[in-house]
Design a protein around this ligand. Structure first.
Ligand code: PGA
Length: 234
């Protein structure tokens, strides 16, 4: 299973340093992917986990103040990168066009995009169409080889940081729907993760969902001592 840790805009430099030191002390059976704050990427170089980025510039080169390019991420040994996260969609109005450009920028550097998709609470009844639209936006523009590099993270927006989690059956149905959609339309088997309010209470239970390929953990990921206990025993 893939366990992606999204630190968001949390931790100070010193805290991130201690976090990285703690990660180094453990052997994981799961594939752990750490997505620290961009400023701390170079602190995370362990051999027992992979490095992910929370964002990337849609531009390949040029003068773009504040941006970090996919080439720069690659030079820091970044292997995965989140795109389409609901916080970036709402904070910066990132639309389908930008998300696709980011996917293409990453693929050009052999970094695997983790495409976050999901519905808001009021969109629940239209969930399938929302997911189809977000998937097609990226997949339709890529060739098969590129499509195979995409990992999907299903994150219902109403579950992110709220303590609310869909029940297991609902997650299972949605993940199966996404996998089937991709299989039918693009003839590939896509890895699909779940994200949204994962914590020490529901972690082990969610891991039991057979169709799931992994978990994307936000808020809980910075509580390294509690998380470490769960990661270690797997
Ligand atoms: P959360 O965030 O675990 O804090 O709900 C998940 C995410 O935003 O990736």
């Amino acid at each position: 299973m893939m366990i992606v840790l999204n630190h968001k805009m949390k931790l100070t430099y010193q805290e991130a340093k201690e976090y990285a030191e703690l990660l180094d002390k453990t052997t994981y059976t799961d594939q752990v992917v750490v997505c620290p704050n961009m400023a701390y990427l170079s602190l995370f170089r362990g051999s027992n986990y992979k490095l992910g980025s929370q964002d990337v510039s849609p531009f390949l080169t040029g003068s773009h103040t504040g941006d970090v390019s996919s080439e720069q991420l690659k030079s820091l040994k970044v292997k995965y990168c989140l795109i389409g996260h609901s916080e970036r969609r709402s904070d910066y109005q990132e639309d389908n066009k930008i998300i696709l450009k980011k996917a293409q920028a990453l693929l050009s550097q052999e970094i695997r995009p983790i495409l976050c998709i999901g519905e808001t609470f009021s969109e629940k009844s239209d969930k399938k169409n929302i997911l189809i639209n977000e998937i097609k936006n990226v997949f339709d523009a890529l060739n098969k080889e590129e499509q195979q590099q995409i990992i999907i993270a299903y994150e219902p927006i109403w579950a992110i940081g709220t303590g609310q989690v869909p029940d297991k059956q609902e997650i299972e149905e949605t993940i199966s729907f996404i996998k089937q959609l991709i299989k039918e339309n693009y003839e590939i088997n896509c890895e699909v993760l779940y994200g949204g309010s994962i914590n020490e209470q529901n972690y082990s239970d969610l891991k039991q969902i057979a169709v799931l390929d992994g978990l994307l953990i936000g808020g809980f990921s910075i509580r390294i001592n509690d998380l470490q206990k769960l990661l270690e025993v797997q």
